[in-house]
Design a protein around this ligand. Structure first.
Ligand code: GDP
Ligand code: MG
Length: 423
C-alpha cells in the first residue's frame, strides 16, 4: 500500500463510513493527526483487541499516541473533551494534544437553543441531537462566540458571558417560550474550571501544522461525510460545516497546497436523520444490513437508515474533494445479501444523470437506476488478500473501482484494526 502524506480523510457519503477505523489504521504511518471540522456530534468507533473506543472530539490517532490537534474549524464541548481525555489517561494512554485558541466553545445556551428550535420545527426537524453544535457555529460566524482563548482566561470569559448571555436568555425564554434555568455566575463557574484544566493544551495549530506539513506526515481527519456538508450536502439536512476536502485550508489555517485525499466509501449507504435518500431499503435486506452492520449512531444510538451503494453520490464526492485514493469499508456486511444492487445513475423526470443534482428539489424526486450483482454469502471477515475474496466480491469491487476511476487502496472487512485487505 503506497499512500502519500499530507493526507486528508473524507467520508464520501452521509458519514459513519468507518473513517475512525481508517484514521486509526493510517495513524500508524502518520506523525501528526489533526481534526479540523465538526463537534462532538460526529462519533467514531475504533476497535482494538476487541475493545471498542468511542470518540467524538479527540482525533482517532489517540490510540497510536500520535501528536493530536484540534484546529479552529472544530467546536469543543469542554466537558465532553475532558471526559475523553480522562478515558484514555485512565488506560495509560497519554493524550498529546494541542488546541487552537480560535476554536469556539459550545455553551449551555447553544444546547438550549438547539432543543428549542427542533421543537419549533416539528415534523421538519433536522434531527439534531441537541448538542448545540449548529448554534455554536452560528455564533462563531456572527462574531458572537466564546473562543478557547476566552475559556482559558477568566476575565475574557466573564466579559463575553456578560455580553452574550442576557440576549440568549431572552431569546430562549421570550421568543421560544422555553425555560432556561441558568445564569452568568453558574456558567462562569463551570466553564472557568474547564478552562483551567484545558489551558495546558493551548497552541497555535495553524502555525505549527503549516510548518509540520512540510516535514512530518500529517493526517487530517474529516468529520461527517460529503453529503452532510453545509453547502454542497443535502441541505438543509446537513451539518453547519464544510466537510469537503478543501475546507481543510481555512479550517486549519493553511495556504493552498497539494494535500492528498482519501475518500471513505461504505460498501452500502447509510444516513442518520431526515432528508432524501434515493437508494434507501425498506425491506428485510435493509433490516439485515442494519443489524449485521451495527448501524446505530455512535453518539445518538439512533438506527441508521440503510440502502444500496450509490455511485452517483460517490462520484459527486470525488468531484468535490478530488480523491487520490479510496477505501471501501464494511464489505463483510454485504455477505448477508443474495443479490447486491449498485446505483449507477438517477432518473429525474425523463432525464438520466450520474451525479447528485444541484437542486435539492430534483434530488428529492430522483429514482435510482441499478446494476445487479450476485452476492457471495460467505464470511469474509478474516480475508487478508484480494485473491482470497469470493469471486463475486472481487467482481463487485472491480466494478466500483472502474466506475469511479480512483484506485482502491484499502478494503475493510471487519471493525478490527488488523482486518483489512491492503492494495
Ligand atoms: P465514522 O463516523 O466514519 O468514523 O464511522 P463510525 O465509527 O461512526 O461507524 C462505523 C462503524 O463501523 C463503527 O462501529 C466501526 O467499528 C465499524 N466498522 C468500520 N469498518 C468496518 C468493517 O469493515 N466491517 C464492519 N463490520 N464494521 C466496520
Ligand atoms: Mg460516525
Amino acid at each position: 500500500m503506497n499512500i502519500k502524506f499530507p493526507l486528508i480523510i473524507v467520508g464520501s457519503q452521509w458519514g459513519d463510513e468507518g473513517k475512525g477505523k481508517v484514521v486509526d489504521l493510517l495513524s500508524d504511518k502518520a506523525t501528526h493527526v489533526v481534526r479540523y471540522n465538526g463537534g462532538n456530534n460526529a462519533g467514531h468507533s475504533v476497535v482494538l483487541n476487541g475493545e471498542k473506543f468511542k470518540l467524538s472530539l479527540l482525533p482517532s490517532g489517540v490510540i497510536h499516541k500520535r501528536k493530536l490537534f484540534l484546529s479552529q474549524g472544530v467546536v469543543i464541548d469542554p466537558k465532553i473533551l475532558l471526559d475523553e481525555i480522562h478515558f484514555f489517561e485512565n488506560r495509560k494512554i497519554r493524550v498529546n494534544l494541542m488546541i487552537d485558541p480560535r476554536v469556539n466553545i459550545v455553551m449551555p445556551y447553544h444546547k438550549a437553543l438547539d432543543a428549542a428550535t427542533e421543537v419549533w420545527k416539528g415534523k421538519k426537524a433536522t434531527g439534531s441531537l441537541h448538542l448545540g453544535i449548529g448554534y455554536c457555529y452560528e455564533d462563531k460566524n456572527n462574531r458572537f462566540g466564546v473562543r478557547f482563548e476566552d475559556l482559558i482566561n477568566p476575565e475574557s470569559l466573564k466579559e463575553r458571558l456578560e455580553l452574550i448571555f442576557p440576549l440568549k436568555k431572552l431569546q430562549i425564554e421570550k421568543v421560544y417560550g422555553q425555560k432556561f434555568d441558568s445564569s452568568i455566575e453558574k456558567i462562569y463557574k463551570e466553564y472557568a474550571n474547564y478552562g483551567k484544566k484545558l489551558k495546558k493544551y493551548l497552541g497555535d495549530v495553524s502555525s505549527v501544522i503549516s510548518g509540520e506539513i512540510k516535514k512530518g506526515k500529517v493526517l487530517f481527519e474529516g468529520a461527517h461525510g460529503t453529503f452532510l456538508d453545509g453547502i454542497f450536502g443535502t441541505y438543509p439536512y446537513t451539518t453547519a460545516v464544510y466537510t469537503v476536502a478543501g475546507g481543510v485550508f481555512p479550517y486549519v489555517g493553511l495556504a493552498p497546497q497539494k494535500i492528498y485525499s482519501m475518500g471513505i466509501v461504505k460498501a452500502y449507504t447509510t444516513r442518520v436523520g431526515n432528508g432524501p435518500f434515493p437508494t434507501e431499503l425498506f425491506d428485510q435486506v435493509g433490516a439485515k444490513i442494519r443489524e449485521v452492520g451495527g448501524e446505530f449512531g455512535t453518539v445518538s444510538k439512533r438506527p441508521r437508515r440503510c440502502g444500496w451503494l450509490d455511485l452517483c453520490l460517490v462520484k459527486t464526492a470525488i468531484r468535490l474533494s478530488g480523491f487520490d485514493y479510496l477505501t471501501i469499508t464494511k464489505l463483510d456486511v454485504l455477505s448477508v445479501a443474495d443479490k447486491i444492487k449498485v446505483c449507477v445513475a438517477y432518473k429525474i423526470g425523463g432525464r438520466s444523470v450520474k451525479e447528485v443534482p444541484a437542486l435539492m428539489n430534483d434530488f428529492a424526486r430522483c429514482t435510482p437506476v441499478y446494476k445487479e450483482f450476485r452476492g457471495w454469502r460467505r464470511d469474509i471477515s478474516k480475508v487478508k488478500l484480494f485473491r482470497d475474496l469470493p469471486k463475486e466480491a472481487q467482481i463487485y469491487i472491480k466494478f466500483v473501482e472502474k466506475e469511479l476511476k480512483v484506485p482502491v487502496k484499502i478494503i475493510s472487512v471487519s471493525p478490527e484494526r488488523t482486518q483489512n485487505i491492503l492494495l
